[in-house]
Ligand binder design. Structure first.
Ligand code: GDP
Ligand code: MN
Length: 380
């Protein structure tokens, strides 16, 4: 789950990290009122689940409340990486002497949280990672011991030469690590971590990705979810208890079990197709899940064919067959459906489908090949 910058900043401030706090506005008038209340120059910042807002025109300085209103007017409604800006953060503007990057990610390869810090932070950090990787210092954390003070100090020395700033940064790194762990995050970063001309160290942008599997025991973090910023199909799927990830292809896949779903996507690719989604309808299926799955898949205009691949173990294939029949009565499905099912109650399932005018296959290769061909308009 992604959260907004203003929410991420609240997580940082809760740990004691110096963050210039602002307020969120949804209209230019609100932006002006907040700027007036804050007094002085402000920065108006698009709140969308995307980085690179600065380069996309989503971060603008304003020296008066009137100017804040104008900047908010310009940013609200803007499209950034396909997302419409519905909220802006109005925060006190800072004078910047330097911009550093500090971030921690859960790294699969290291099987540990790994720090990345660089004195060359700011909006070009991706480019620095590409062209000057030696400017980024990495450090894994051994979670048996946690993030130790000497490690924090070591990283801080990579950012600043001034001892006071090193101490300030070391403290911020330890606080950021706590925020990362307590939020169940897979990524927590501050970019930029700035120094001001008078020497203070502050966080003026923050980003967190939360591990979805950590949410059930963190209702306060789950409460930060903004469904208006999420893929609508993924929101519907989550509410229907389906595991769904939207992809860019044209073969819609309905599969039971995550492993079979992965294998199905591999096979779609193997036969020259592109999956439109990952969808796991789960181990025990009921017709309603199938109905919801088909509604979600058919709402994707890219889908040119739908492939069911069901292995009946605990899942009863006759349940799935009933779901397909019910769903096709409820929804006007415009694309061909290929059904492969095998296992528990397959004879009953085949009969249910045959009575409704569908033919089911039992061979996975054949079914995938057919779905790929149908999606390309090459088969009947
Ligand atoms: P991002 O582009 O989405 O990462 O948004 P950021 O919040 O990181 O802002 C991008 C850039 O705008 C920063 O790297 C700064 O250079 C600049 N910026 C952001 N806030 C301020 C501010 O308060 N004062 C000044 N002078 N520049 C700012
Ligand atoms: Mn940033």
């Amino acid at each position: 789950m992604n959260i907004h910058e203003y929410q991420a900043k609240e997580l940082l401030a809760a740990q004691g990290i110096p963050v210039p706090m602002g307020e969120v506005a949804t209209t230019p008038e609100q932006a002006e009122a907040i700027a007036r209340k804050l007094g002085g120059a402000v920065v108006v910042k698009a709140q969308v689940h995307a980085g690179g807002r600065g380069k996309a025109g989503g971060v603008k300085l304003a020296s008066t409340p009137e100017e804040a209103r104008e900047k908010a007017q310009a940013i609200l409604g803007l499209q950034i990486k396909g997302l419409t800006v519905e909220k802006v953060l109005i925060a006190p503007a800072e004078d910047i002497a330097s911009e550093a990057y500090v971030g921690i990610i859960m790294d699969r390869a290291s099987k540990a949280p790994v720090w990345m810090v660089s004195a060359a932070g700011g909006i070009d950090i991706e480019e620095v990672a590409h062209t000057n990787p030696e400017k980024i210092t990495k450090l894994p954390v051994d979670t048996r011991y946690g993030f130790l003070p000497h490690q924090a100090y070591f990283l801080a020395t990579k950012l600043y030469s001034d001892v006071k700033q090193q101490r300030a940064a070391a403290k911020i790194l330890e606080q950021l690590y706590r925020a990362f762990v307590e939020a169940g995050a897979s990524l927590a970063e501050i970019n930029p971590l700035i120094t001001t001309p008078d020497g203070a160290v502050k966080a003026i942008d923050a980003k967190f990705n939360i591990d979805d599997n950590e949410l059930f025991r963190r209702p306060a973090i789950e409460g930060l979810r903004d469904t208006s910023s999420e893929e609508p199909a993924e929101v519907t799927a989550r509410e229907a208890n389906l595991t769904f990830i939207k992809l860019d292809g044209d073969v819609g896949c309905v599969v039971n079990g995550a492993g079979l779903a992965m294998a199905t996507m591999d096979l779609v690719k193997y036969y020259g197709g592109e999956p439109a989604n990952f969808l796991d309808i789960g181990g025990s299926s009921n017709p309603e899940k199938v109905v919801n799955a088909l509604k979600i898949i058919t709402s994707d205009e890219n889908v040119k064919a739908i492939l069911f691949n069901i292995f009946g173990g605990i899942t009863r294939t006759d349940d799935v067959a009933n779901g397909i029949v019910t769903a096709t009565k409820q929804i006007d499905i415009q694309v061909p459906i290929v059904i492969r099912l095998t296992g528990t109650n397959e004879e009953i399932a085949v009969k249910i489908l045959a009575d409704a005018g569908f033919s089911a296959m039992t061979d996975m290769d054949e079914a995938v090949k057919k779905a790929v061909a149908l999606a390309k308009g090459e088969a009947q």
